[in-house]
Ligand binder design. Structure first.
Ligand code: ARG
Length: 562
């Protein structure tokens, strides 16, 4: 393609000085497209040639084969070139339309397994905004890694173990009622949990009881296990409603409890390798040499901890999946925990620990409020999603009242709006959201992108477009050309998103693509009945292929009409 040609021509001229691999990262895209499509800066050659970069740029411009370019120009220390629009544009569009399923993909992952720890809410607690982030970022990274040749494995590492189950069981036995829990599991269980904390302030002996009950659970006491299983099943049913709305599924629900019987071998190994010390009766791994707090492996009463279970889970994932990377999409507040996890595995001599990647993210608040279960102040995620769907329905009814599929589309748009808003922000940013703003059809929103797609599809229908018609569009106007160039960038955008574990790269790209399409639509008479009609529609078609694929990577549907 175009850029390759430029690089090849440069390498021929600079054959004694720079290789193709060295030239490639130097190529720039001028901010102002009027300056050119691509630029080569000559600074780094000044020393070799003992000449001013301006002079070098002029020499190179002189030597470039003019017939390969629309124009070649030396501007100061830069060689700026414009590409031949018609030939290149045609090859890009053909590339998209001949391989619509795979356009933009690569095989960097070479089939390697990538377990992705995502969502991972805690049983008997409502799913929080943080878990929503983990779910949608994890799902997008799974899609992006698939497009990059990896084999993603979506793991929901449920928080279904730990001392809080002791508290819950004690509370349930004291104040619980089977009927009400069945009716509203998460709400009731949270109430019990909150009540436990209130009462335990005056009656600290409750905490001891809870510890004891959890110990019995860990030791496999049947009655305790039965209650635990019941809480888990009921909670999972409620989480499942949210996953259904989001249209996200998992390959594994092996949560913390699954590793209850897989920790002892790890503890033994730690002891054999002389990595543990006793500290006030508790077993710890000292990590002072890494500037980290000690990893707490076992409490003085023998109860295991969060990091102990993660050690077992990480080992299990390595043994089961022989992963090329093991990703954890978990809030930034757990950064130290994952550093400790890697540090302990490293001390154990596991080189594969270096392939563990913690992908942290910032905090979301809704209307300025953080979600907190302890205080019983809950915004239920399911309500948020349903409210978004209602808002989407209202807008569709205003815009397109006769749409037969409006219920389905409202779901795709409402849920899509929430997902998109989450993903368009760089993941480390914390942000607040207000539903009214994000379910807008204007602005940098999911609905805006979906609406652009639907509009393009309707143009294709009106123009009675048939894919595969011979392409003869000259693409010389700037609107078409900018759109083509954006389409061409898709593959490198996918690579960047994967490299940085950053779905926002895709979200930002698809907004820009939509904006360029809408400019094109406003300025080019697409549906004019001339001999280039089908070719202009082919450009529209190629754009819809890319929008749909990019939305799918993010986990959004693309309705054909809305
Ligand atoms: N359940 C935990 C929480 O809600 C998140 C688990 C993250 N995954 C892990 N392997 N530690 O905070």
């Amino acid at each position: 393609m175009s850029k390759e040609q430029f690089i090849k021509d440069l390498s021929t001229i600079l054959t004694d000085n720079l290789t193709i691999e060295e030239i490639t990262p130097l190529i720039e895209t001028p901010k102002d497209p009027k300056m050119g499509d691509l630029a080569f800066p000559a600074f780094q050659l000044a020393r070799v040639f003992r000449k001013a970069p301006q002079q070098i740029a002029a020499d190179i411009a002189e030597q470039l084969p003019a017939e390969n370019y629309e124009s070649v120009e030396a501007v100061g220390p830069y060689v700026n070139i414009k590409l031949k629009r018609d030939a290149i544009g045609q090859s890009i569009i053909e590339d998209v339309l001949e391989n619509p399923e795979t356009y933009g993909s690569n095989n960097d992952g070479e089939g390697g397994n990538v377990p992705i720890d995502m969502s991972s809410p805690n049983i008997a607690k409502p799913m929080s905004m943080g878990h929503l982030r983990s779910t949608v970022i994890g799902n997008a990274l799974a899609n992006i890694s698939k497009k990059s040749g990896y084999n993603p494995i979506r793991i929901n590492y449920l928080g279904d173990w730990g001392t809080q189950f002791g508290k819950l069981i004690v509370a349930y036995k004291l104040w619980g009622n089977e009927e009400t829990v069945r009716e509203n599991p998460v709400t009731e269980l949270v109430k019990l949990y909150v009540h436990f904390h209130e009462v335990a302030e005056d009656q600290p002996e409750l905490e001891d009881q809870a510890r004891e009950v959890f110990k019995r659970l860990e030791d496999g006491d049947e009655e305790m296990l039965e209650l635990w299983q019941w809480f888990r099943d009921e909670s999972l049913k409620e989480f499942q409603k949210i996953y259904d709305l989001l249209d996200i599924s998992f390959d594994s629900f092996n949560g913390e409890a699954f590793f209850n019987d897989k920790m002892q071998p790890i503890i033994d190994e730690l002891e054999e390798k002389d990595l543990t010390v006793l500290s006030e009766g508790a077993t710890i791994v000292d990590l002072e040499d890494q500037d980290l707090p000690p990893a707490l492996i076992k409490k003085s009463d023998g109860a295991t901890l969060y990091v102990t279970r993660d050690l077992a889970a990480a080992t299990y994932r390595f043994e089961n999946y022989d992963f090329s990377q093991s990703i954890y999409v978990v809030g930034n507040e757990q950064r130290v925990h994952f550093e400790q996890l890697k540090a302990v595995l490293n001390k154990m001599g596991h080189e594969w620990a270096n392939n563990i990647v913690h992908v942290p993210f910032g905090l979301i608040t809704k209307d300025g409020k953080k979600l907190s279960t302890r205080k019983g102040q809950i915004v239920l995620l399911e309500d948020v999603l349903n409210e978004a769907i209602d808002l989407a329905l209202k807008q569709i009814e205003a815009k397109n009242p006769d749409l037969a599929t409006k219920e389905t589309v409202a779901r795709q748009v409402g849920v899509g709006a929430v997902i998109f808003h989450d993903l368009k922000n760089e993941r480390m940013n914390s942000f607040d959201f207000n539903l009214e703003d994000i379910v807008q059809f204007e602005g940098e929103t999911g609905p805006y992108v979906q609406y652009t797609f639907a509009r393009a599809k309707s143009i294709l229908r009106r123009g009675e477009y048939v894919r595969g018609t011979d392409f003869n569009y000259d693409l010389t106007d700037d609107y078409s050309w900018e759109l083509v160039k954006k389409i061409e960038q898709y593959g490198s955008v996918v690579r960047r998103a994967m490299r940085d574990y950053e779905p926002s790269v895709i979200a930002k790209y698809v907004i820009q693509l939509s904006q360029l399409f809408n400019k094109f639509y406003a300025n080019v008479r697409i549906l004019d009945e001339d001999d280039q009609l089908q070719s202009r529609l082919a450009l529209v078609d190629a754009m819809t292929v890319v929008i749909k694929d990019a939305l799918a990577l993010l986990g959004l549907q693309a309705p054909e009409e809305m």
